[in-house]
Design a protein. Structure first.
Length: 240
């Protein structure tokens, strides 16, 4: 066997092992929580991988998403495509309109770029508060977080108590996956994806807070690019 073939075989074996481990995490989570667990999806490539993995274990797993009011059109198109592919009824959550109106009237449409405090305020209104409603009644939730994504996620566990949300269980089945693992799985399974990835985006959030990643930058460099790396969380996944 050639050196190239051996390398490819090793890489495929590693991906298969990661896949098996992720399926084990999901299988255990579904068995433990029954209908009281849901996937939180932003329709990132990671989340579409999780949709595919979940579809191999059980139909009808709950999926919720947060529309902040500033999502790129490409994200909404990906959501519709994924819904068709997996037969989903996505549970959409939106920010409270009165809070959004108050924020824009008092501080304008781009206050989040003026200070970290203002950015956290915007994220709290548009993301964190809707998430608290989405998690109501659940005993567990599933995310597409990975350790490799950012300095704030290096201690991520595949299963952990989420003390920010009353101690419910939070499952991160792809915690050990690399970006290459995710891309390889998505390609092999021909999964739908957000077309912004083809334009150099590596992590996709709200349109005004997301840009393409430049050569040599880490994958979350395009999120809130005016801030330091350790600040690049919106409050949905802040470490306790």
């Amino acid at each position: 066997m050639s050196e190239k073939a051996q390398t490819e075989t090793t890489e495929n074996a590693a991906i298969t092992q990661r896949e098996a481990e992720a399926l084990d995490v999901l299988r255990g989570a579904l068995a433990k929580h029954g209908d009281a667990i849901a996937l939180a999806s932003s329709f990132s490539l990671e989340d579409v991988v999780l949709l595919d993995l979940l579809s191999r274990l059980r139909s009808g797993v709950r999926v919720f998403a947060i529309d902040t009011g500033r999502l790129p059109e490409e994200t909404l198109l990906c959501a519709d495509t994924a819904a068709d592919r997996f037969g989903l009824r996505i549970e959409w959550y939106f920010p409270q309109h009165a809070a959004v109106e108050k924020l824009l009237r008092e501080k304008g449409a781009y206050s989040f770029r003026e200070s970290l405090e203002n950015r956290h305020e915007c994220c709290r209104i548009r993301k964190v508060e809707p998430l608290s409603r989405a998690l109501t009644g659940l005993t567990g939730w599933i995310t597409g977080l990975r350790r490799e994504q950012n300095i704030s996620r290096t201690r991520l566990e595949t299963a952990e108590a989420d003390m920010l949300h009353g101690g419910i269980m939070k499952y991160n089945p792809l915690a050990a996956w690399t970006a290459a693992d995710v891309r390889a799985y998505a390609k092999a399974r021909r999964l739908p994806f957000n077309r912004l990835y083809a334009e150099g985006y590596r992590s996709i959030g709200c349109a005004p807070c997301t840009r393409a990643v430049q050569s040599g930058e880490d994958e979350r460099a395009g999120r809130w690019w005016w801030e330091n790396p350790e600040h690049k969380e919106c409050g949905l996944h802040a470490r306790h």
